[in-house]
Ligand binder design. Structure first.
Ligand code: ADP
Length: 396
């Protein structure tokens, strides 16, 4: 079975082709285009490249295209990406304006160009379907909750993969299996000690998730992907009183406040330098005090969420770092883990400095293990796409 995973940005189109032999997946090709103005052309170029590379003889060899869709309001999980999904993406775009319109447009283009190829959407909110009510509710009037104001959670594919892999690395294959099968089987009981994993997806946008016995029980992300940690240029956590306050104080319209909170906030606003942590490090080294504060504020926020989930779960068996910053930034990892000896974590600084993947980074005797697990969101999308196809064909 061949499954193409399409990653659509507002001006980019990236793809990865997976070949499945049974349930064994191999990524056989990947590529992408920047400054895309027409997904139709990008789809043609992608198919031409896959044919030229000998990966597909024709479109008939392609079983499905999988999409890592971000937000569909009440619509979540892994679903056939039909026209109702395109409509749901557009209807909920006000809470994910950077992500939903490109996916709606891209899915439509695939439908028009390749009508015979199945399309499947795996929502980034899917991993949080089982958040208990007390963990997903805000203390807002009931009518707001009924209108959809709640914590949804994002980066689900990344956190799911990291939690599954961490459970395997800890020798808890049965818990890894709960995570792997979650979208089909739902949560299931696990024997033995509870397995408590905290995953930190730190990249262009960032979030922290708590996973107990294979199922997420908490997320730093909220109603939209601009909550929780400071993001690259999105605000992260903010007291809601700031919005009416700044509307009156600076005379900014709601639309302008929204623009500034999504485009000119986060690490960019804190540092005054860049939305990229690498540039902020360079500025901090050169003595820029705002860059130092930006890095410290980022670490402070990560520790805030890690600490909260550690307490909520009564401990933590593994702390996992993933995505661009999590995988590469030795300073951020070291700072997040600093001074935690009393909680059972002592990072081995020499090992941390080498950023080895899927290897415990702690000193002997640490009761909490620390891992770098490279993000593999596309694999999650491909696997779930395949499962949906198989489930539908066996039901037919
Ligand atoms: P996205 O969330 O956009 O998918 P990534 O997970 O690829 O992004 O992360 C991108 C971010 O990772 C960049 O904005 C940059 O801040 C950070 N990054 C990438 N490489 C490094 C590095 N070597 N050191 C520190 N940060 C890095």
């Amino acid at each position: 079975m061949n499954i193409l995973v399409a990653n659509l940005g507002s001006t980019s189109f990236k793809y990865r082709l997976f070949h499945f032999d049974g349930n064994q997946a191999t990524a056989v090709a990947k590529g992408g285009y920047e400054r895309v103005t027409d997904y139709g052309k990008a789809i043609d170029d992608c198919l031409a490249a896959l044919r030229a590379g000998g990966h597909l003889n024709s479109v008939a060899d392609l079983d499905a295209v999988g999409f890592k869709t971000v937000f569909g309001g009440a619509l979540t999980g892994c679903v056939e990406a039909d026209e109702s999904v395109e409509a749901a993406l557009l209807a909920t775009a006000d809470l994910a304006p950077a992500h939903n319109p490109p996916y709606a447009a891209g899915i439509r283009q695939f439908r028009e160009k390749l009508p015979s190829v199945r399309r499947v959407a795996l929502f980034e909110t899917a991993f949080y379907q089982w958040l208990p009510e007390h963990a997903h509710r805000y203390a807002v009037p009931e009518a707001w909750y009924q209108a959809g104001v709640r914590r949804y959670g994002f980066h689900g594919a990344s956190h799911k993969f990291a939690a599954e892999r961490a459970a395997e690395l800890l020798g808890r294959a049965e818990v890894a299996e709960v995570t792997r099968n979650l979208y089909q089987a739902g949560p299931s009981a696990v024997s033995g000690a509870p397995l408590r994993i905290i995953t930190c997806h730190l990249g262009g946008s960032s979030s922290v998730t708590a996973v107990c016995n294979g199922v997420s029980i908490g997320t730093s992300m909220g109603l939209s992907p601009q909550s929780g940690l400071p993001q690259n240029n999105r605000v992260g956590e903010l007291d809601s009183a700031a919005i009416p306050f700044i509307h009156r104080k600076l005379g900014l319209s709601i639309a302008e406040i929204e623009r500034q909170l999504t485009k000119e906030s986060g690490l960019l606003a804190l540092s005054g330098v860049s939305n990229d942590v690498r540039d902020i490090h360079a500025a901090a080294k050169a003595g820029n005090p705002r860059a130092v504060v930006a890095l410290d504020a980022f670490v402070h926020s990560i520790r805030h969420w890690v600490g909260a989930f550690w307490f909520q779960m009564g401990g933590c068996d593994a702390l996992v770092f993933t995505a661009g910053i999590g995988e590469n930034d030795t300073f951020i990892r070291e700072s997040v883990c600093a001074g935690l000896g009393g909680m059972g974590v002592t990072l081995d600084s020499a090992r941390n400095a080498l950023s080895p993947i899927e290897t415990d980074l702690t000193c002997a005797g640490s009761s909490t293990k620390v891992f770098i697990i490279p993000a593999n969101e596309e694999l999650v999308v491909a696997r779930e796409t395949r499962r949906l196809l198989l489930a539908k064909s066996s039901a037919a």
